[in-house]
Write a protein that binds this ligand. Sequence first.
Ligand code: NI
Length: 164
Amino acid sequence: MALRTILTDNDPALHKVCRPVTSFDERLHDLIDDLKETLAEANGAGLAAPQVGILRRVVIVVDDEDNMLELVNPEIISQEGEQEGFEGCLSVPGRWGIVKRPQKARVRAQDRNGNFFEVVGEDIVARCFCHELEHLDGHLFTEHADRLYTNEELDEMIQAQEEG
Ligand code: NI
């Protein structure tokens, strides 16, 4: 296992469409393990392969029980409801935006051995599914946000919300 470098927003790899995974081999397992280690080190909620420069359809999402879900060739097969909230990205450090997402999303994916499964996420996990899967098509959350906020502005807004 090894830590990989997380690319930031002007890197061309973040704006490309990733290819499906077709070989569920040791190379894929190494990539998944590295993504998990890199995500843990960065203390993030999710990480997609293109964020470390690998243009393959693989993402890791932290679920509401703190497990790292390994999603290979993931697709959102249904979604319902709506939520609006702050979103950030390890590839857009120190910037936050308000983004609308479904409240609930069901994903179909393959595991590291190619077996299909489905998983449902709500609230933050649904948000994370949408955010990470978009990375696989070269999109960033910043495309959905009217404006971006700094860490300081985010703190102030959260504090104001708590007080008000
Ligand atoms: Ni991201």
